[in-house]
Design a protein around this ligand. Sequence first.
Ligand code: KG4
Ligand code: ZN
Length: 339
Amino acid sequence: MGKKGITILGIESSCDDTSAAVTIDAKVLSNIVANQEVHQSYGGVVPELASRAHQQNIVPVVNQALKVANINKEQLDAIAFTRGPGLMGSLLVGTSFAKSFSMSLNIPLIAVNHMKGHIMAHFIEDGQKSPLFPFICLTVSGGHTQIIKVNRDFDMKVLGETLDDAAGEAFDKSAKILGLTYPGGPLIDKYARQGNPNAFVFTKPRVGDLEFSFSGLKSNILQTIQKETKKDSNFISKNLYDLCASIQYTIISILIEKIENAVQKEKITQIAIAGGVSANSELRKTLLDREKSHGWSVYIPKFEYCTDNAAMIAIEGYRKFKNNDFCDSFITAKARIKM
Ligand code: KG4
Ligand code: ZN
């Protein structure tokens, strides 16, 4: 029996997760993610170690994605890969693999923007409701923090972005100050549940209505910790839950404030979030509260489509496939790339 629909292999290797997914049209057959534990003790991703781990993982991860999807490589219609933005050494692994694989199979190659992939995760058909156009999307990851207006036909306009650190970096760097392992975002989220969000007050940045800045917050947290540990060397362990709750509260209120500004400016109440930080429980809860109190329609992707994954790359690949938007084998990875 012949297969129905367009079958795409998605490849994602922009940061520290090696991922491969197989989709048929907008449905996901497999979405395999290999995390790299090698970075845990460094407090952040070490680019050189990340590219080496991608090199080790890419073939087994792709094999696993094909196996779980029960698809032969000959059944693939195209290969979609993350071209950027991301870490150059990491991107090169996925890009080179995708180019060689598409050449050997003689099938088209599709270059995908990682951030568009995060947004397109909302359109994966997996029991999720998808936003209606136009909508506001807050993309919050370890590398990016942007407020985007997504118009019809997937034109996207960046309304505002961070001037320094990304929201995920703010979580991870704060966690590092607290002595937590990388990535610290999920740990702060976990410990915050047992803490008081008003125990400590941290500064909020003074920047434009739709701009973000998190570097001042990081310095503020560092100063507080240094001052208090001078008085009591066990300050962090005694106050870990309250510190996590207060840090999380500050970061999330900054994000929510910016969404509110965008809603007011654009008169759009369809609100979506994307990127790793959209896994944060406080952000999810606050947005769902706003849905009730402010009449917003809030869209949060399934957990596995929030953090870096190849299903979102394959889905954007599917859209580009339908538009005949392919690339040739001269394509190169790009660490910095515009929406
Ligand atoms: O999108 P993503 O997987 O990778 C990038 O493209 O950066 O995002 C990873 C980021 C990390 O900074 C991580 O700490 C953060 O998302 N993150 C969280 C949570 N889960 C992941 N931050 C706060 N709360 C979480 N539950
Ligand atoms: Zn990402």
